[in-house]
Design a protein around this ligand. Structure first.
Ligand code: WT7
Length: 688
């Protein structure tokens, strides 16, 4: 991390530094607080911290009435619900469950006949810079036509469709079209391998795959369709009857029996496809994410509760106004791209930017240039992107945000991993011009939308803190048995009451759902986030303004967070040991990384002798490529260390804490006298 002294903020409500010593201290201990600027507070939906407290109070005193009112007001129902929460069978909570609605109708049809009808829904900027605009009316027609094409293939309510598409309007259209006919989509990020794709196709029992011949990123064409072919050829995918192929590039591709190019599938289809009403609890989508075992979890979301949250947080967290231009940079392959690209902005009638490319092509000023070009007013991205763009701006003044006119910006957001205060300060100063609140939104694939986050017109901000829970989110910090810990003491983050957009189950594995998220030791109905956190007791340096503020300290399970992407250590270990001709044993841990937040470090025991020098380097490369093929490039270990064996306890358990120390280059403090072969510690110190 750069150790530059943080720049003094414009008018922070910071404690006066009493002495030189405390000034130095301030670099280490956060004591900067940024109250909402008048510009953000005036006219905000939630204006001022008292308004936030009042909302929270309202949600606490009568949660049913609180959610029911909002669900009636913000969603359009085909059959109105009469029951708000059914908590008779925890943790299988049901919301609004006797009501019926359609998610796509709520994102598109709802706006027809309103001023939003002719508003731009999507400003699409392609990798090569070409810009196209789609109005709400046009988007509805495209979704209708695509939905009819799906129906023509015999796909309907309850069927599962895999979406393996690049960040394009078509990606959003495919998701909305599934929702329109009641099919459950499962989007697989375009960076996942054939093997990862095949596992998901099988687990979900997909009847169709929607893909593209190629995707374009950073000026390169990357194949997608051939990866689908590979996945299907691996076997077990017989339920897949159709593969719809979007010809994103003019490049040739191999057409197989079940393949249908978009052009053919859409030809002659009517743009009019009546939305199919579904039960409130109908699974809108399943999104796979990493857990602490080798097998990814299919996180199942509902229709109504999920959509309500997506819609509501557009108002709360982003304080969306009619003329905003919203830009969330996440890919539709992740939950952020579901809630804040495919559903939330559309349900709220926003104009949003969808970007196909990467932040560093053709240069690292792309994001800033795009903000200027499209007059983006709300910008939402990941800390990793910010950190890499800071580095790029420091190296090349041409890519500095100062080179672009960013005066359209009103609100900035971050998501996916803890943001270090230095990066927060840079973002606030150089991107936000010290005018824009930075909302550090904490949430997860499982929570469906934001759960702990500042509100831009209400919450005083503290760099590095996601501040306070949203109204109705009963977040707490507890020990292993569920006892609440005092403020200032780190522990496990839990949410004690159900909320509408929470995960409903793990697809096909309700037992794992219960075991992973609702530990029996805590009574079986408290949601365990899997993160460590600490809540501030209120620091004197801030006059206690930060009392109750949450700071996320990172995962407490075997899940790593690489550039804001979740990866299970067990998944990577399984991938490594599946290289049976080479690998005898493997253990994977995380270590901090300046750019990506965490980096993957693999300790490997080979079947043959321990390699050294160039041979070790070549084998490390072979293993990295293998992992990329098994899971995807995002899972490639940064460090590979070879040992003759791994450090184990007498009972044969791998000493992971020790491995973490080694990975971080820390001094080893624990007792290593029980190790069979202490010499391996030295071996494992060598990085390849
Ligand atoms: C994990 C969830 C939420 C959408 C993208 C990631 C980490 C997320 C923050 C934040 C600190 C954060 C947590 C969480 N995380 N947001 N603002 N501050 N940590 O979704 O892949 O399900 O990952 O990301 O560790 O558990 P995900």
């Amino acid at each position: 991390m750069t150790t530059a002294t943080p720049t003094a903020p414009a008018q922070p409500h910071a404690a006066p530094a009493a002495s030189g010593a405390s000034t130095i201290e301030s670099v280490l201990v956060e004591n900067r607080v940024f109250p909402p600027p008048a510009r953000a507070r005036d006219g905000a939906r939630v204006a001022g911290i008292e308004a936030y407290r009042a909302l929270r109070q309202e949600a606490e005193s009568d949660p049913d009435a609180f959610w029911a009112t909002r669900a009636r007001e913000l969603l359009t129902w085909d059959t109105p619900f009469t029951r708000t929460l059914d908590d008779s069978d925890p943790p299988f909570f049901r919301w609004f469950d006797d009501g019926m609605l359609n998610a796509s109708a709520n994102c598109l049809d709802r706006h027809i006949g309103t001023p939003v009808e002719d508003k731009t829904a999507i400003v699409f900027e392609a990798d090569d810079g070409a810009v196209t605009q789609v109005s709400y009316r046009e988007l509805l027609e495209r979704v209708g036509r695509f939905a009819n094409a799906l129906k023509a293939q015999g796909i309907g309510k309850g069927d599962r469709v895999i979406v393996y598409l690049p960040m394009t309007v078509e990606g959003v259209v495919a998701m909305q079209a599934c929702a329109r006919i009641g099919a459950t989509h499962s989007v697989v990020f375009g960076g996942f391998s054939a093997k990862a794709l095949q596992e998901r196709i099988i687990d979900i029992g997909a009847v169709a795959v929607v893909t593209a011949n190629f995707q374009k990123r950073g000026g390169k064409e990357l194949p997608l369709k051939s990866i689908v072919d590979e996945a299907l050829a691996m076997g077990g995918c017989d339920a897949v009857k159709t593969v719809l192929v979007y010809e994103r590039t003019p490049t040739a591709w191999t057409r197989n029996d079940r393949d249908i190019p978009f052009g053919e599938a859409l030809a002659g289809q009517s743009a009019d496809c009546p939305p199919v009403p579904v039960e409130a609890e109908h699974p809108l989508f399943v999104l796979y994410t990493s857990g602490s075992t080798g097998k990814p979890k299919g996180v199942q979301h509902s229709t109504a509760g999920y959509l309500l949250w997506a819609r509501m947080t557009m108002d709360w967290t982003f304080d969306l106004r009619p003329d905003d231009v919203f830009w969330c940079t996440a890919d539709i392959g992740w939950i952020t791209g579901h809630t804040y690209v495919a559903y939330g902005p559309l349900a709220a009638g926003a104009t949003q930017v969808v970007f196909e490319g990467i932040p560093t092509y053709p240069n690292a000023g792309r994001f800033w240039q795009m903000i200027e070009r499209h007059k983006v007013s709300i910008f939402y991205t990941a800390p990793t992107a910010i950190r890499s763009l800071i580095k790029a701006a420091e190296a090349d003044a041409q890519s500095h945000p100062d080179r672009s006119d960013l005066s359209s910006l009103r609100i900035l957001g971050t998501v996916g991993e803890p943001i270090n205060p230095e990066a927060w300060m840079w973002y606030h100063k150089h991107v936000g011009g010290e005018r824009c609140p930075v909302v550090d939104t904490f949430w997860q694939t499982e929570t469906g939308g934001h759960v702990i986050t500042p509100l831009p017109g209400a919450t005083p901000l503290v760099p590095g803190s996601c501040t306070l829970p949203l109204p109705g989110i009963d977040a707490a910090i507890v020990d292993e048995t569920g006892n609440e810990l005092p403020d200032g003491t780190g522990g496990m983050l839990v949410i004690r009451k159900p909320w509408p957009s929470m995960i409903r189950t793990i697809w096909g594995d309700p037992e794992r759902f219960k075991k992973s998220y609702f530990p029996a030791e805590m009574g079986g109905s408290v949601y365990l986030a899997g993160d460590g956190a600490v809540r501030s007791a209120g620091t004197a340096a801030m006059d206690g303004a930060d009392r109750g503020y949450f700071r996320i300290t990172g995962r407490i399970d075997d899940v790593l967070n690489i550039s804001g992407h979740r990866m299970g250590t067990m998944e990577i270990e399984s991938a490594l040991v599946s290289k049976t001709d080479l690998v005898a044993e493997a253990a994977v841990v995380g270590r901090p990384d300046e750019l990506t937040g965490e980096a993957i470090c693999a300790f490997v025991v080979l079947k043959g002798p321990r390699p050294t020098g160039d041979a070790a380097k070549a084998l490390a490369k072979e293993l990295r490529d293998w992992v990329a093929k098994e899971i995807g490039p995002i899972a490639k270990p940064k460090d590979i260390r070879f040992g003759e064996n791994l450090p184990k306890t007498r009972s044969g358990k791998i000493m992971r804490r020790l491995l973490r120390n080694i990975a971080r280059g820390e001094a080893i403090t624990q007792d290593t006298s029980t190790l069979e072969n202490p010499a391996i510690l030295e071996q494992l110190g060598e990085v390849n």
